[in-house]
Write a protein of this length. Structure first.
Length: 272
């Protein structure tokens, strides 16, 4: 049984603020906790009978997990740029996927560090359904017929995961108070809860289903600034819907991920 794990950092317990350039200690502690929560999920999966595990480091430059401290049974996908971004490494060979350390989508009130992929996105939809990173990534996994069966993050992210990834098990390792505040599980408790939940989710794998997008995905992105939409629209396949919003059709979720990443990179060049 093969398990794919995508690990982000904003939904890890006690991470309530991004670090600055001169805050190496805070960055290192967050990376350490991200590694440990990922290890907890791996241990739970192994206890349930997993035989192979691939972890995709999925935050920022995607070099956060400490390789020496990662469980030795796991292979690590590390670094950028990668076509499938947070889901790089997924394939039809996997039986299940976990999303660990995830956060709520942009604009969610009372949700620590809520955003959608980059700082430029206000809202994101696929075929009219508003999604955050977890919901979008679950649909990429769905194209490979892999169900996302476990989601860990803050309480707001878990509530959204329940809606966007039907049937997923969740572990809320912190209760968000605001954008930069949360009441957190102790790291050891968060790890214990994730381990137990990972084992339980895999043991009930036969009740879980992948999230499959029927037909061609239509992706709509509302940017935070008109200038970001201007820059995104230099890609000819994007259609402008209004000042802030662009839309495109893709042949499947892999292509949707690629075009979305390109649109967001272009938007990231906007200056005003
Ligand atoms: Zn992140």
């Amino acid at each position: 049984m093969k398990v794919f794990i995508s690990s982000d950092i904003e939904g890890i317990t006690s991470v309530v603020k991004w670090w600055g350039q001169h805050e190496r200690n805070r960055e290192e502690m967050s990376c350490e906790r991200m590694t440990e929560e990922t290890n907890a999920a791996i241990e739970g999966a192994l206890e349930a009978g997993a035989t192979a595990i691939t972890v995709a480091d999925s935050h920022g430059k995607m070099r956060n997990i400490i390789p020496e401290k990662l469980h030795p049974k796991a292979r690590l996908v590390r670094g950028t740029s990668r076509p499938l971004s947070m889901m790089q490494g997924i394939s039809k060979q996997f039986d299940a996927a976990f999303l660990i350390g995830y956060h709520a989508m942009a604009g969610t009130p009372c949700a620590a560090l809520a955003h959608t992929y980059t700082g430029s996105v206000h809202h994101l939809w696929v075929n009219g359904i508003e999604l955050g990173e977890g919901g979008f990534n679950a649909r990429v996994a769905g194209q490979f017929r892999v169900p996302v069966i476990l989601f860990a993050g803050d309480d707001a992210a878990c509530a959204q995961a329940k809606v966007q990834i039907p049937g997923v098990d969740t572990v809320a390792v912190k209760q968000s108070i605001g954008y930069l505040a949360a009441e957190n599980d102790h790291p050891f408790l968060a790890q214990e809860r994730i381990k137990r939940a990972a084992k339980k989710a895999l043991e009930s794998l036969n009740t879980k289903k992948p999230v499959i997008v029927r037909g061609k995905p239509r992706v709509r992105i509302e940017f935070k600034h008109v200038m970001q939409a201007d820059c995104a629209c230099t890609a000819p396949t994007l259609k402008r819907l209004d000042g802030y919003t662009v839309e495109f059709a893709a042949k499947d979720m892999v292509e949707a991920m690629g075009t979305m990443r390109a649109a967001m990179s272009l938007a990231g060049t906007a200056k005003w």
